[in-house]
Design a protein around this ligand. Structure first.
Ligand SMILES: Cc1ncc(COP(=O)(O)O)c(C=O)c1O
Length: 431
């Protein structure tokens, strides 16, 4: 993946610093006006910053899985629970009542007010529902809006490696340059503030953080977050904070929104959602909170590109905020049970796994098996019909690990662990 890393701070030929939007003039010249020869060369008609983004590394596995029977999937990062019925019922009611038109570009005021009240009660951060809160089509849209609103061509954005597969592409598609900071199991995959500070250059525009983390399950402790906030303030950086897993923390871990730290609300875009906490991935609804100037930029893109988030889904989300708490708590308890089974299970099998304290992923090392992570995932799928995702799909620092999602039944995780045990007898290191 053509991402500048902190090992490779200078632009190289395959680096978006050279080939990204900063070189858009020459790209347009090279692209020409779309002749038959260029059409034959598929890529010639695609903008360079889009070419710079590889297709999803996870997709290939899902395609293989779809063609197989009896697969236990620890691959897909979404809840196995069905959306709690009262939430779905609120959407049905909305349809019956004819709420099938656009909402305000900002989203339903009632929903924005409910989110603002909920977040203030939970974390003490106050966002004005009329000027600082936007309902988005999932956190995915919020991420795109945030990146496009603040990134100018060539701006650098610091991001953890490994990180959610859409983070670096969102930066590249907005014309920016992701600068990745390695994290590792020895430090529970927490971002190291010293490494972040060392990566800051005059071109650094923002820091993109996402904790609890997909794919590692890492949670940032408050002192680390304070150190990152200090760096942002001293270097005048903006922060995009993807907090989609904020409700899924375990074992006494606490989530702290970076916007709640002194001086940070004014430089932070916070992204929140319902997909994971309320088992609502298919509804496509989330929210973004930002200080009024950044909010204005995001709203401009949102109103032209999206108009408004799906109306029926907004009514469902309103019910989720008002009455969804008991479901969040019971799903979280069940995830915690599965988390302990999986994390301990991997360590018992000799696949060293740092304790995942948030989200619903474990990220064990498979290096000691003698397989690289891609081969491990592919062989495990073909031999034992268990799907995990190679860690390198989330960045170079993910290599040698696999991501296993425990948002699947306890019994399936038990069976998956049995199959992995059998599989390990055939691993190169076992021979
Ligand atoms: C870290 C992270 N951010 C955002 C998303 C996408 O969220 P949504 O369904 O709200 O678009 C995901 C989904 O896996 C994720 O893991």
């Amino acid at each position: 993946m053509p991402i500048a890393s902190n090992d490779r701070p200078f632009a190289s030929d395959d680096d978006p610093r050279r080939t990204g939007a900063a070189g858009a003039g020459s790209a347009a010249a090279a692209r020409g006006t779309g002749s038959a020869e260029q059409a034959a060369d598929g890529a010639a008609r695609i903008a360079e910053r889009v070419q710079a983004v590889p297709g999803s590394g996870i997709r290939r596995f899902f395609d293989i899985i779809a063609s197989m029977d009896h697969v236990i999937s620890l691959g897909v990062g979404e809840p196995d629970f069905v959306t709690p019925w009262p939430i779905s019922e609120a959407a049905i009611r909305a349809i019956e009542q004819g709420h099938t038109h656009y909402t305000s570009n900002l989203g339903l005021l009632e929903l924005r007010e409910a989110i603002a009240t909920d977040v203030e009660r939970r974390y003490g951060v106050e966002w004005d529902p009329r000027e600082e809160l936007l309902i988005t089509t999932g956190v995915s849209e919020g991420l795109d809006l945030a990146a496009r609103a603040i990134i100018d061509p060539g701006d650098e954005v610091i991001v953890a490696d490994p990180s959610y597969a859409a983070h670096a592409p969102a930066i590249v598609l907005a014309g920016g340059v992701p600068v990745s900071i390695k994290t590792d199991a020895a430090h529970n995959f927490a971002l190291d503030p010293a490494a972040v500070e060392a990566a800051v250059t005059p071109n650094t525009r923002a820091l993109l953080i996402a904790y609890p983390s997909n794919p590692t399950g890492a949670v940032l402790e408050r002192p680390t977050l304070e150190a990152l906030a200090d760096i942002a303030r001293r270097h005048d950086l903006l922060v995009i904070s993807d907090e989609i897993y904020d409700r899924l923390v375990y074992g006494g871990a606490e989530h702290t929104p970076i916007a709640s730290l002194p001086g940070m609300k004014d430089r932070t875009i916070t992204l929140g959602g319902f997909s994971k906490s309320h088992a609502m991935t298919g509804w496509r609804v989330g929210w973004a909170a930002a200080p009024p100037d950044l909010f204005g930029g995001m709203l401009k893109i949102h109103q032209y590109a999206m108009m408004s988030a799906p109306t029926v889904a907004q009514y469902a989300a309103l019910e989720a905020v008002r009455a969804g708490e008991e479901y969040v708590v019971s799903m979280r308890e069940e995830y915690d049970r599965r988390r302990q089974l999986m994390w301990r299970g991997f360590n018992d099998l000799g696949l060293a796994c740092a304790e995942p304290r948030g989200a619903f992923y474990a990220f064990p090392s498979v290096a000691q098996t003698g397989y690289d992570d891609e081969t491990f995932a592919e062989e495990l799928l073909l031999r034992e019909q268990v799907a995990v995702v190679p860690g390198s799909a989330f960045g170079q620092a993910g290599a040698g690990h696999v991501r296993a999602c425990y948002a699947t039944s306890y019994e399936d995780i038990e069976e998956a662990l049995r199959r992995i045990r059998r599989f390990l007898h055939h691993a190169p290191m076992a021979k």
